[in-house]
Design a protein around this ligand. Structure first.
Ligand code: GAL
Length: 381
């Protein structure tokens, strides 16, 4: 009996030693969990897209609310930099990582985390070509794209249109290195392709039917979701392929790029003074919601990123505590969208939240949901 209690005492000591390695020994307070005060590393992709500034802040707050410590770092279009940031988290003794990557060059850093037995949650963007992690949490990205397709369908009244008076659109996609960009595009094209086939809709510029047409997809993709890249491409289109038509719509994959495309249009006399094409978007960024309110951008997709952050941190907490994850409000991808969790090396568990389509009719939704900073909210009132 004495031997057993000594053994138990030793095991407890070893357990807390392992924990102290990172200097994060638990306080033992609250739920009594040894994970209190442990470090969670949060690696975010880019600050030039407004949504990610919110995600970083939301995640940090949610992590701290559960009694962990949080460190946030932004890779800012540089995967090497993000890998270094991930290494720093590991050196600092992180207990878990939440990672939104830039490209699959992140896989080596994820392998290092796995070697250190530090679990990783891919946040919003799947980490491709890695078999070294198990969890992914995101929105239903195919549905995001379908909403964008439906935005054009409604905005251009495609159901009532005829091939005798076709509508003209041009296509943009997100970063070719971001797996989400393919889902957004394929979702949108699943709505638009039938209208293109029937001649109701005509595409100006490259027309990949799906993202699987890699050569054409690359031509419409926007490296690192950079607004200046989309703006320049739109200016070139307006001066060349679209010089002799009036564009009725533009498939834009997110708000940052939608606004850049609108800027290019506004500089062209054909589209100035309320004659903008129907432009789609995503993220319900304050500037775009304002643009929708003012009748410029046509729609966006509201992804409640505060909810995503909360769900991701709940998942993190359950993983750290060795519990079987159960995330209210999220469904586990299966059936025809199971591939949302397919990294090319393994199928990870993908938890999906629901996006919401946003137009002039319901633009207040994110405002009421507390999605905006007080400064942004004031601009929208
Ligand atoms: C995607 C993300 C979008 C969008 C984009 C640009 O991965 O799902 O919400 O913001 O990145 O950063």
């Amino acid at each position: 009996m004495k031997k057993l209690s000594m053994l138990l005492a030793m095991l407890v000591a070893i357990g807390s030693l392992g924990f102290a390695k990172g200097g994060q020994q638990g306080s033992g307070s609250g739920s009594g969990s040894t994970s209190q005060g442990a470090l969670v590393g949060i690696a975010m992709p880019e600050t030039h897209v407004q949504r990610w500034q919110k995600d970083g802040a939301n995640l940090k707050a949610a992590v701290e609310k559960l009694g962990y410590r949080a460190e946030v770092a932004y890779g800012d279009a540089d995967q090497n930099r993000q890998n270094q940031q991930i290494q720093n988290f590991l050196t600092n003794g992180a207990k878990l990582l939440i990672v939104s990557n830039l490209n699959d060059g992140v896989a080596s850093a994820i392998a290092d985390a796995a070697q250190d037995k530090v679990p990783v949650i891919a946040y919003d963007r799947l980490i491709m070509n890695s078999g070294d992690y198990d969890y992914y949490i995101t929105f239903n990205n195919l549905k995001v794209g379908q909403f964008q397709g439906q935005g054009l369908e409604t905005g251009l009244k495609l159901k009532e249109a005829s091939p005798d008076a076709p509508k003209y659109i041009t296509l943009f996609a997100g970063s070719p290195t971001d797996n989400n960009a393919k889902f957004f595009f394929d979702g949108a094209m699943s709505v638009l392709n039938p209208y293109i086939k029937s001649g109701v809709l005509k595409v100006i510029g490259p027309y990949p039917e799906t993202s699987a047409d890699n050569a054409n997809f690359q031509r419409i993709a926007t490296e690192n979701w950079q607004a200046p890249v989309a703006k320049t491409r739109m200016e070139n289109l307006l001066n060349n392929d679209a010089a002799n038509v009036v564009l009725d719509g533009v498939l834009a994959p997110n708000d940052t790029l939608a606004r850049a495309i609108i800027e290019a249009c506004l500089a062209d006399a054909k589209y100035a003074d309320g004659k903008l094409p129907v432009v789609t978007g995503q993220d319900a960024e304050a500037d775009s919601v304002l643009s929708i309110k003012n009748g410029q951008q046509y729609m966006t997709v509201f992804k409640d990123t505060a909810k995503l952050a909360e769900a991701a941190v709940l998942l993190a907490d359950q993983i750290i505590k060795g519990q079987t994850p159960s995330i209210p409000g999220a469904t586990l991808a299966s059936g025809d969208i199971a591939s949302i969790g397919d990294t090319g090396k393994k199928r990870v568990k993908a938890y999906l939240l629901e996006p919401v389509i946003l137009t002039k009719d319901n633009w207040q939704l994110p405002l009421n949901a507390g999605h905006f900073t007080p400064e942004e909210a004031a601009r929208l009132k």
